[in-house]
Design a protein around this ligand. Structure first.
Ligand code: GSH
Length: 222
């Protein structure tokens, strides 16, 4: 029997879960999915009993336990080579921006939580200097990657939606939700990511989640 499992949180909000889920699906791992609705205090008891760091995503695959979205990306890329760019210079850039995403952009993450049900509605209070700095840096990363490495396709490193794209996909979702409009190059990238079949599937599954899973702290942001 296959005991492999990917544990994720409420799809509508759980940006880190989206990264782990994309990695697992891109690698084609045969895992069962368990969705745990996130508690509204950020400390979901059911997650704490399963995952060593008390957070999702959490993966168990063929006897290996993996947590932290970036570690899940690395694990999945080992299972299915080709999800990081083949060229060493491109791969170094891809890993650097994926790590930068994992560690940073706190202002955007705090002010603009992922909410797949929110469409193109800017923050009522506008942005702050910190948010603008994060947006500018993300825009620079996307533009540089696309122009330097991605010219032969729609994604950061070309034709293939890979691990760096998986790490930035929830930022694309946020920018679309909060009406953030970066450079034309980045806007085209956002359109491509949103149209990817795995993103379409995630949004569709998120839309089917029970209404009781919705939380005021995410829905009532003006
Ligand atoms: N650094 C972690 C962050 C994971 C994280 O913060 N996940 C949130 C959901 S998006 C979580 O599990 N929070 C605990 C909770 O809501 O109970 C990663 O990269 O996986």
């Amino acid at each position: 029997m296959n005991n492999s499992i990917l544990v994720i949180g409420t799809r509508r909000y759980s940006s880190w879960s989206l990264r782990g889920w994309l990695a697992v699906r891109l690698a084609g791992l045969d895992v069962r999915e368990q969705v745990i609705p996130l508690a509204d205090n950020g400390e979901t008891p059911a997650i704490r009993t399963i995952s060593p760091n008390g957070k999702v995503p959490y993966l168990e695959h063929d006897g290996a336990a993996v947590w932290e979205s970036l570690a899940i990306c690395e694990y999945c890329a080992e299972q299915a080579p080709g999800l990081w760019p083949a060229d060493a210079r491109a791969r170094a850039y891809a890993r650097s921006i994926a790590a930068e995403m994992h560690a940073g952009f706190r202002a955007v993450r705090a002010a603009m939580p992922m909410n797949t049900g929110r469409e193109n509605r800017p923050l009522a209070a506008g942005t702050t200097a910190d948010i603008d700095a994060d947006i500018a840096r993300i825009d620079a990363i996307w533009t540089e990657a696309r122009l330097d490495f991605g010219k032969d396709g729609d994604f950061l490193f070309g034709e293939k939606f890979g691990m760096a794209d998986a790490m930035f996909a929830p930022i694309v979702s946020r920018f679309l939700s909060y009406g953030v409009s970066p450079s034309p190059e980045s806007r085209a990238y956002m359109t491509a990511v949103r149209a990817h079949p795995l993103m379409a599937e995630w949004y569709q599954l998120a839309a089917q989640e029970p209404k009781q899973w919705q939380q005021a702290r995410f829905e009532d942001i003006g």
